[in-house]
Design a protein. Sequence first.
Length: 179
Amino acid sequence: MENYDKAFIDKLEKRFKDNMDRHPSIKWDFVKSSILNNPDLYDAIFAMEETGGEPDLVDLEIFKGLVYVDMAEKSPKGRRSLCYGKVERENRKDNAPASSVEEELEAMGVKILSEDKYIALSQIASFDSKTTSWIKTPEDIRQAGGALFASRRFDRVFVYYNSPDTYFKDRGFRAYIEI
């Protein structure tokens, strides 16, 4: 890839090397090559970084492969104050936010963490102790008018629900992408 931001790649490399416990058997040269040879992957990770996700490579069995995932201590600042669903956002009569989680996922080309992935990730890092993050909501809960979010309090992960048209200044979402 000829047009890439060297400072961005350097930042990813530093984060990768500073957190080897997240991917102990993986070599940076492999990761860098994977990113630079896949423009969609590069763009998705870049978007994760630009919105405050502090993405890093994680090698956890639950992901069934290597992924770049948001590792920021707080829910990514550039992805907060969003409704969960596009339809619910569009149907709000007052104070609709600019976007929704569903719309941002599509625009960024990433996936949202499910409950089990959020919990697994919380075993290797502490995050969302002062914020909350929307998580993938099963279709039966969506059909019943709900959407799930999670946070960490008292050194435990808690999963809660809200209406998918709600939004809060300290609630965003965490994303990942396979490499």
